[in-house]
Design a protein around this ligand. Structure first.
Ligand SMILES: Nc1ncnc2c1ncn2[C@@H]1O[C@H](COP(=O)(O)OP(=O)(O)O)[C@@H](O)[C@H]1O
Ligand SMILES: [Mg+2]
Length: 336
């Protein structure tokens, strides 16, 4: 498989690692997905990178691939038949001029049905960061629309692979309460893979151990650190500012504040009667995530995080998106 090249700050780097996640794509390529697969994980953990590499892989396996990222306003339509490709691209173009990118996501469903009607048998539909554009409240209905393609195709097909990715931890519940999709979690990169990525970053840099402790294997945090000349404080300030952590902290009553301080040490304290409302707010702000309590392969794309790693902020049930996300909260609490 050809490894794709990805933008990384001002660099171009090669797609790295994610061996199991690509194996998973191969598995689906061989048998189709059945239910749409909804993948969620921390912001910047590498969902988009993995999906872009998957477009390449599925293309090599003879799939027509439709990839859409409404947030980054990107799409790729790789279809073996030129006329059909043009037709589909026009459909998407029409949708962009008429509607929002959320509308384009909806039009993909028609595009795929059209492709099946025209006799295309192996199709991959990859919708990246879909729910932000569609609206979280409509996420489940959208997934049901995708399921509808599989269940009521206009014509028999050979194999369809449907993957939807989201960084919105909130959508996990919205999707999970219906039987229309399989939910899978993706975590930050494992140590070995992340080291390979770290090695691709040129110039003077802090030792790997230090970078690992700041990022917990999150490539976006690595990118921000590099962009800020390895100034961790600058990246923490960025996070506090962007996510409105200050206002969030200011809004807390004394009990929640106390609980939040304990959650810095162990995020699992949030998984209790008192902690749930606070946990929900941390999830909404994309600072923490509720994760599957089991580290079984079938619940995860790629390698799961360790059962618990409190140094990195990973609990059994709840995890900080990265150590620097936790640090942002700690700073805003005035604790450093
Ligand atoms: N496996 C990987 N190999 C190389 N670069 C990666 C990998 N995963 C992520 N990156 C880079 O890290 C940054 C964040 O990854 P991205 O895929 O955008 O995260 P997400 O979509 O989960 O928010 C991007 O610059 C991306 O190119
Ligand atoms: Mg992404």
């Amino acid at each position: 498989m050809k490894r794709i090249r990805l933008g990384f700050a001002n660099l171009i780097i090669e797609f790295t690692d994610r061996y199991l996640a690509l194996k998973r794509i191969e598995y689906w390529a061989n048998r189709g997905t059945g239910f749409p697969k909804v993948v969620y994980g921390p912001e910047g953990c590498g969902k988009t990178a993995w999906l872009r590499q998957s477009v390449e892989l599925l293309g090599e396996r003879g799939f027509d691939v439709i990839y859409l990222n409404p947030i980054e306003e990107e799409f790729a339509i790789e279809i073996g038949v030129q006329s059909l490709r043009d037709r589909l691209i026009n459909l998407v173009r029409e949708a962009t001029s008429r509607l929002s990118w959320g509308g384009v996501a909806w039009s993909v469903i028609d595009v795929v049905r059209e492709a099946i009607s025209l006799g295309r048998g192996k199709i991959a539909i990859i919708i990246d960061d879909a729910f932000q554009a569609i609206g979280l409240d409509r996420a489940a209905i959208y997934v049901k629309g995708l399921l509808g393609i599989l269940e009521h195709p206009p014509r028999p097909y050979e194999r369809i692979v449907t993957i939807v990715a989201t960084s919105e931890g909130v959508s996990r519940r919205e999707i999970g309460r219906h039987e229309w999709a399989d939910l899978l979690a993706m975590w930050n990169m494992g140590r070995d893979g992340f080291r390979q990525l770290y090695e691709q970053v040129p110039g003077d840099k802090p030792p790997f151990e230090e970078v690992w402790k700041l990022t917990g294997g999150n490539p976006r945090i690595l990118e921000r650190l590099y962009e800020n000349n390895w100034n961790g404080d600058a990246v923490v300030r960025e996070l506090i500012d962007k996510k409105g952590v200050r206002a969030f902290i200011a809004s807390l009553g004394p009990n929640d504040r106390e609980l939040l301080i304990r959650a810095l040490e162990d995020p699992d304290v949030l998984m209790g009667r008192e902690g749930i409302p606070l946990m929900n707010r941390l999830i909404e702000l994309n600072l923490a995530l509720e994760i599957p309590e089991w580290r079984d392969d079938n619940l995860w794309i790629d390698a799961p995080p360790p059962e618990r790693d409190l140094e990195l902020g990973i609990g059994k049930y709840v995890a900080w998106q990265s150590p620097l996300h936790r640090e942002a909260v700690k700073r805003a609490l005035g604790m450093t």
